[in-house]
Design a binder for this molecule. Structure first.
Ligand code: FMN
Length: 421
């Protein structure tokens, strides 16, 4: 019986343990988590979502405070078009986050950064160019382009000295999205080094509609394999979404996948950036608690726990401090929903907004509990302790369980006597 460790992911002329830990913004996939994957010979992701806030928390910088001060005059204005990112400061925050992670890297693996196109930041092209270039400047091993088709993203960095040296990959959920992307990059004579195929059971935003349950990762992988073979393209495919055991991973590796990308099982590790009480919410969840809804202002469906405090909170939009989802015209669908409720309830101290949520503020405060479909199985991967809480795991334990387990088994950790807070 095969196990994940019988396979290797080949990138360039090197081989890696074929396990990627997926990017989870905002700083849920911390540097510590990514560094563990790299130390163990696999690939870890950090995320550049809300990187200025991440930098403030990690390095005592004051990017958010300074931006809030600059745009304070606009806080009561419904129109947010004036709120812009200072590109030099955005680059500085990215270089700090990426550079410090790369400086701490040990082992034979790699660190990539997850860059979501949907973070349009009131100037989609220029802010994305700045984020990608700054990550390359700071020595990142690779960039995974996600949450969007990224049709113009390679071109934004084609002049960067590391454009052909760093690993560049794309996340797709259909053969059609991949075809569109490849058509665009063919003009640059630069193919992606890997393709992550994300199925409908993943966490975060989904590349499917609300009919996500009609799709299946194995089928999409087969279609994309067939397409690449027909085009004579030899690009490693990484399967993602709902891969819960080492045996699940092997089922893709045996069919020719180069690797797997996993995330949910790492949300309950010490290295994961979620606060301890939120990790316990993930453990406690039952299948009925996990929903896919349309509250994200990105327009993509998002999977989350239904008791997530972000739903219905009606918080005032925090664009003057954050503004990561402002589109090219300075708008965000949450602002529209919020303004609609304020106008409909002029005397209310606090409005309730059900159809959208202020994702920047809630992700920043870990109040939007996005999660993978199999979150309800996490409780089976650990021990329940005497105080009723679930034992948090180490990233090494989970990584090695994927790497070495067989027969759909999940190895339990050594039991702690009391919960470590
Ligand atoms: C809490 C959480 C946050 C996530 N955030 C992001 C993100 O910011 N960007 C992204 O491309 N994918 C994101 N994902 C998707 C993961 O990177 C990964 O591809 C997917 O969840 C793998 O499936 P699994 O969770 O079933 O293992 C997130 C997943 C989780 C569980």
């Amino acid at each position: 019986m095969k196990r994940v460790d019988d396979f290797r992911l080949r990138l360039g002329n090197k081989e890696y343990v074929p396990i990627m830990i997926g990017g989870m913004g905002v700083d849920i996939s911390t540097s510590e988590l990514a560094l563990e994957a790299a130390r163990l010979g696999g690939i870890g992701h950090i995320s550049d979502a809300m990187v200025q806030d991440v930098s403030d928390r990690k390095f005592d910088t004051t990017f958010v405070k300074d931006k809030t001060k600059t745009y304070k005059f606009n806080i009561n204005n419904m129109d947010k078009a004036v709120v812009q990112f200072d590109l030099e400061r955005l680059a500085e925050a990215t270089r700090l986050h990426v550079g410090s992670t790369m400086a701490a890297k040990k082992g034979d693996g790699l660190i990539f950064v997850n860059c979501m196109e949907k973070l349009t930041m009131n100037s989609p092209k220029e802010t994305l160019r700045t984020r990608l270039s700054a990550a390359l400047d700071a020595g990142i091993d690779g960039i995974t382009m996600s949450a969007g088709l990224h049709l113009g993203s390679f071109a934004l960095i084609a002049d960067h000295p590391r454009f052909r040296e760093a690993y560049l990959g794309i996340i797709v959920s259909s053969v059609r999205a991949l075809q569109l992307f490849l058509r665009k990059v063919s003009k640059l004579d630069r193919l992606p080094d890997y393709i992550i195929v994300e199925g409908p059971l993943a966490g975060g935003h989904l590349g499917f509609g609300l009919d996500w349950a009609e799709y299946d990762l194995h089928t999409i992988m087969d279609e994309i394999h067939a397409f690449l073979r027909a085009e004579n393209l030899d690009i490693p495919l990484i399967a993602a979404g709902g891969i819960f055991t080492g045996s699940d991973a092997v089922s893709f590796l045996e069919k020719g996948a180069g690797g797997v990308q996993v995330a949910t099982r790492f949300t309950v590790t010490h290295e994961c950036g979620l606060p301890d009480n939120v990790k316990q919410e993930y453990y406690k969840a039952s299948e009925e608690d996990i929903i896919v809804n349309g509250v994200s202002p990105t327009g993509y469906p998002m999977r989350m726990l239904k008791n997530t405090p972000a739903i219905g909170s009606g918080i005032r939009p925090g664009c003057e401090s954050y503004g990561y989802l402002l589109d090219a015209t300075g708008n965000c669908s949450y602002i529209n929903s919020y303004n609609r409720e304020v106008m409909a309830n002029p005397d209310a101290k606090q409005v309730v907004v059900m159809d959208k949520t202020c994702l920047c503020t809630h992700m920043r405060n870990f109040n939007c509990w996005t999660c993978g479909h199999y979150t309800y199985r996490l409780k089976d991967t650990t021990h329940k302790l005497a105080d009723g809480s679930y034992q948090v795991l180490s990233a090494e334990h989970v990584f090695k369980d994927y790497q070495f387990s067989v027969d759909n088994q999940v190895a339990l950790p050594e039991k702690q006597e009391t919960a470590v807070v």
